[in-house]
Design a protein around this ligand. Structure first.
Ligand SMILES: [Zn+2]
Ligand SMILES: [Zn+2]
Length: 158
């Protein structure tokens, strides 16, 4: 069967068609630091193209991720985050402020082989998110605690 050479429609199987809007969205994700959410990408894309709808951005992000042009990082109860870096890497996630940054953990590569050996699966991908509290939030927590201590001492003196 010969397909029309000028068939620009998206196929039912999700064929990727490059459009100006998708190119803009892809550029924003690639340029972004800190793994933005769909809402954050929408705000940035809207500065270049004020007519773009949120639904278009949202659907395009899913499409770009499905075609391996970006990575979608999903979290159980939070918005997905998008990553312009498509090669395998791991992340650290701050449970206090939501900061998400790349972390290179060499041992993660070994984990893949261990998982394969123990499960019998042919592992095609794996991704680790280390959850915790980022340096800025740790510093803020220490400060807050210090202020609380001073407050309690102040009250005791009254
Ligand atoms: Zn934080
Ligand atoms: Zn990343």
């Amino acid at each position: 069967m010969v397909e029309g050479r000028h068939d620009h429609s998206d196929k039912a199987d999700g064929g990727y068609r490059r459009t100006a809007q998708r190119a803009t969205i892809l550029t924003e994700v690639a340029a972004a630091e800190g793994h933005p959410t769909a809402g954050e990408i929408f705000e940035r894309v809207r500065r270049r193209d004020p007519r773009i709808a949120y639904g278009t951005v949202y659907r395009s992000l899913h499409l770009l991720a499905r075609h391996g042009l970006i990575q979608e990082l999903t979290f159980a109860d939070q918005s997905s985050r998008y990553d312009g870096r498509t090669e395998r890497h791991d992340h650290v996630h701050c449970t206090s402020c939501g900061l998400l940054v790349d972390v290179d953990v060499p041992v993660a590569l070994i984990a893949r082989y261990v998982a394969e050996e123990r499960s019998g699966f042919a592992i095609s991908s794996h991704h680790t998110v280390f959850a915790g509290v980022c340096p800025a939030c740790r510093t803020a927590a220490v400060r807050r605690q210090g202020a609380g201590d001073r407050e309690r001492k102040g009250l005791a003196a009254i």
